[in-house]
Design a protein around this ligand. Structure first.
Ligand code: GDP
Ligand code: MG
Length: 673
């Protein structure tokens, strides 16, 4: 079975890698009548003699014997001294200086390096559990044997089947033992090793009968015929061994164990195996190659191998799936930086193009939850800004009194015949000024959006940036800086747009001429009316604001009044005044709409030209100019701790999975089976 060890150990590695339960090898349970040689068979399988054996009932409690493969002492010591021999946690036992040793569950911390002592402990524990007078108990003794020469396998030694109670044994001893045996062999993951001595009638073998009960198809039952050396002279077990008496699907294997005399004289296991071989050669030459303890071990190996092979396809699938998952994760971390300047340029370029694409609406990653980038800028222009402008009342904040005051101020000391143009200019400018505030706000909103796109690109689009927090921060800083630099320029331009409108009131504007004509005609009518002494009918009540002398704004100072009162005076509006008001209002409205239309059109264009497009065009060169500096590269491209560590871990896992995959493939191809 030792040939299986390397295989199992390698597989173990695979299982540890994929985080699966370590492969469950079948548990081998020996079943047979009392003194049939069960303990002896187990011992020869383990290769060490440490089980109590003898005549009468010796095994009186189940012994669950868990074999644990460990690295040779030499290697273990090396790894303890930190010499880098890699061990998995299972095979490193710091502090244990024995090559092979045992431990019991009932005295966990005690290391039994002497196998004679293990036997004594089993005997003592048996007596503790079931008394010293042949009583049996179903309570198992758990023993672990650690050795570089064993398979990770569990063997179960059971009390023999007995019929007649002796000593303290209860009347139903037979039933009790049977129940105990059944509880172990009904486990479908157990291999039943029925042991029958050659010197008794196989047909009456209770062991085989019990095995049939739980394994009617004989898929996991093996028959060991012991004591071939003790047969009556002139008889042999050939018929039995050939399966002619009772066929056993997995095989019938004859063995010669140590006799009581051999045990008493401490015959070594090596000698026993050699003598067994000689015996078989002499008495069963035709069967010699298919009998004996060695062959039994080999057969068990083969059965275990089959079991392992059955597990492989599932294991393979698992490894493949995990590999794909880890590969994807590794890809997402990107490759470790080798060429710093190329990496930096690549990331900066990617960021710049992501940024521009987000504005253009051609980004790969398009948000669906809210407007962003170019679409949002469009929204700001046409919805936010456009609507605000539309909602401005051309005559808002302008009372008739304001108009009248302006007219009177414009005419100076003489009463005017015509509506003075100066008052129109004065008043319309006041209204145009109201366009400035929303225009400036529009710049601000677009600026904010451009700022938002930085965040958007650095966290969603340009994944690589997550790896390099320093570069991330620097990029944000540079772009923010660029935006900030463009803000005053754009603001000034937009301010100027309004200023330009204020600079010259173009009453010859093509869209204004109609209104201008109307006012002209009204003016002339009014002149006629005055000439003819006609009166306007509807007279309105208005307030007149007459500031005290020398207390007006300079523009109104022409209208210095003689009355020494600041109190508004209510009086009726003359028809002429009312008419004048209407004319002025109409003109203001008309001219204001022209200007508003122009501002509504030119502000977005200005913002695009001075801010958005400028940033788009200069982003890449600004980033490169500020970040692509030899002294900076290393520092900017320091990965975040997380990324670096995770990549290493994932890469290691992937490596382990590859190895696991190779192991599985190799195993499936070998013809060991
Ligand atoms: P168990 O009760 O089934 O565990 O049987 P043991 O292994 O304790 O063996 C009972 C006795 O039979 C011991 O004295 C063994 O030495 C002896 N014995 C077992 N197998 C053989 C065998 O193949 N040949 C001879 N000569 N004696 C054997
Ligand atoms: Mg026994």
């Amino acid at each position: 079975m030792e040939t299986l060890i390397p295989t199992i150990n390698r597989l173990q590695e695979v299982f540890l890698t994929v985080g699966a339960e370590v492969i469950q090898l079948p548990q081998i349970v020996v079943v047979g009548s009392q003194s049939s040689g069960k303990s002896s068979v187990l011992e020869s399988l383990v290769g060490r003699d440490f089980l109590p054996r003898g005549s009468g009932i010796v095994t009186r409690r189940p012994l669950v014997l868990q074999l644990v493969n460990v690295a040779p002492l030499q290697d273990r010591l090396k790894s303890e001294n930190g010499n880098g021999v890699k061990q998995n946690a299972q095979s490193s036992y710091p502090g244990v200086k024995a090559e092979e040793w045992g431990t019991f569950l009932h005295c966990k911390n005690q290391i039994f390096a002497d196998f004679q002592e293990i036997r004594r402990e089993i005997e003592a524990e048996t007596e503790r559990g079931s008394g010293d007078n042949k009583g049996i108990t179903p309570e198992p003794i758990y023993l672990k044997i650690f050795s570089p020469k064993v398979l990770n396998l569990t063997l179960v030694d059971l009390p023999g089947i007995t019929k007649v109670p002796v000593g303290d044994q209860p009347e139903d001893i037979e039933a009790q033992v049977q129940e105990m045996i059944l509880s172990f062999i009904s486990n479908p993951n157990s291999l039943i090793l029925t042991v029958s001595p050659a010197n008794s009638d196989l047909a009456t073998s209770d062991a085989l009968k019990l095995a049939r009960e739980v394994d009617p198809d004989g898929r996991r039952t093996l028959l060991v015929v012991s004591k071939l050396d003790l047969m009556d002279a002139g008889t042999d077990a050939l018929e039995v061994l050939l399966g002619r008496v009772i066929p056993v699907r997995l095989g019938i294997i004859g063995v010669v164990n140590r006799s009581q005399h051999d045990i008493n004289t401490q015959k070594s296991l090596e000698d026993t195996v050699r003598d067994e071989h000689a015996f078989l050669q002499r008495h069963y030459p035709s069967l010699a190659s298919r009998a004996g303890s060695r062959y039994l071990a080999k057969t068990l190996s083969r059965l275990l191998m089959h079991h392992i092979r059955d597990c492989l396809p599932e294991l393979k699938t698992r490894v493949t799936v995990l590999s794909a998952q880890y590969q994807a994760r590794l890809n997402s971390y990107g490759q470790p930086v080798e060429d710093h300047s190329a990496t930096l340029l690549q990331i900066v370029t990617k960021f710049a193009s992501d940024y521009c694409n987000t504005i253009e609406g051609t980004a790969r990653y398009i948000q669906t939850s809210e407007l962003c980038g170019g679409a949002r800028i469009c929204y700001i222009f046409h919805e936010t800004f456009g609507r605000t402008l539309q909602s401005i009342d051309p005559l808002g904040g302008l009372t008739e009194l304001d108009i009248l005051t302006a007219i009177r101020n414009a005419t100076g000391p003489r009463p005017a015949l015509f509506v003075p143009e100066v008052s129109f200019e004065l008043l319309v400018k006041r209204q145009i000024k109201r366009l400035e505030e929303p225009s400036m706000r529009c710049v601000e909103l677009v600026h904010e959006e451009l700022q938002r796109i930085i965040q958007h690109c650095s966290s969603y689009s340009t994944q690589e940036l997550i790896r390099f927090p320093k570069l991330h921060d620097s990029i944000v800083e540079v772009v923010t800086g660029l935006l900030r630099k463009r803000l005053p320029v754009t603001n000034e331009m937009v301010h100027n747009l309004v200023a330009i409108e204020l600079a010259y009131i173009n009453t010859k504007h093509p869209d204004f001429t109609d209104a201008a004509q109307v006012s002209a005609s009204v003016n002339s009518q009014q002149a006629e009316a005055l000439d003819g002494g006609k009166r306007w009918k509807n007279e309105k009540v208005a307030e007149e604001r007459i500031p005290p002398a020398g207390f007006g704004s300079p523009s109104k100072s022409q209208a210095i009044n003689l009355l020494d009162s600041a109190m508004p005076v209510s009086r009726k509006l003359s028809s002429k005044e009312q008419r004048d008001c209407e004319i002025i209002q109409r003109l203001i409205k008309c001219y204001f709409l022209i200007v508003r239309k122009s501002i509504q059109d030119s502000v977005p264009k200005t913002v695009m030209h001075f801010l958005v497009n400028f940033v788009k065009e200069h982003l890449q060169s600004e980033l490169v100019g500020q970040l692509y500096k030899q002294g900076l590269l290393q520092e900017l491209l320091i990965e975040s701790q997380d990324t670096a560590q995770q990549r290493t871990e994932v890469a290691q896992m992937l490596e382990a999975l590859k190895k696991a995959n190779n192991i599985i493939s190799e195993m499936r191809e070998t013809h060991l089976w």
